[in-house]
Design a protein around this ligand. Sequence first.
Ligand SMILES: O=C(O)c1cc(=O)[nH]c(=O)n1[C@@H]1O[C@H](COP(=O)(O)O)[C@@H](O)[C@H]1O
Length: 274
Amino acid sequence: MSFFERLQAATRHSLLCVGLDPDPAKFPGAWQGDASRIEDFCRAIVDATHDLAAAFKPQIAYFAAQGAEDQLERVIAYIRQVAPQLPIVLDAKRGDIGATAEMYAREAFVRYGADAVTLSPYMGYDTIEPYLDYADRGVFVLCRTSNPGGDDWQMRPLADVEGQPRLFEELARRAQHEWARIPGQIGLVVGATYPAEIARVRALAPTVPLLIPGVGAQGGDAEATVRAGWRADAPILVNSSRAILYAGKTVEGLGAAARAVAQRTQAELAQARG
Ligand SMILES: O=C(O)c1cc(=O)[nH]c(=O)n1[C@@H]1O[C@H](COP(=O)(O)O)[C@@H](O)[C@H]1O
């Protein structure tokens, strides 16, 4: 099954991607500050949300910063056990020359067994190609990111390209056309904080999967996001991390609180899809 087909199947019942950004400093109660609890924390979130989710997106920095890659491996194995149908997007935002990219691809797809990985396109297409050799996996290329500094480069017109599209627009066009080897293998990251640009990306890349972070803690509008990005033939994942992860204030209550926020967000996304 291709990544696109997995994503299509998983997004039939939900558009919510639950982001796993475990920061021990924000853990509740007795777990606060304890990096050895990363796995327990993530398992509690997975238990509480997997039936509401379309995907999980572990952010590798939160694990690596604590020397907790072994816990990341176990969290991924746990997701596979309780929700084998859900795609796992490893958020690593990699981008390096081909030879090094081969190692990053191996890390994401072989070591961690992720279904997809996030990539920066800054160094060009040859840095993305090694990931595409894994025909049953996907990539999400940063296109119009959710942060204010995304304006620095992504919103600039490209003087040497006909019609002078902005950088994010040219990225969207290439993902739809000349970069695509297998349909739906290359997705794009667009921020929920910029619904007008989600619509623009959709116009230029009508069948490309979108990963849309920025609802919840960053204040993106869930309804506007879905209206701008959703199409029956092109799956979208709308990610929320902190708003779900840190809703609970006690170890015992963390699952129920995370579930309540995930449920609200999932319902909002479902309603907007209609
Ligand atoms: O690639 C990403 O996932 C990403 C791209 C982007 O433009 N903005 C963005 O916030 N992210 C990630 O999405 C998550 C957002 O987390 P919350 O703001 O807590 O929901 C973090 O893991 C970010 O690293």
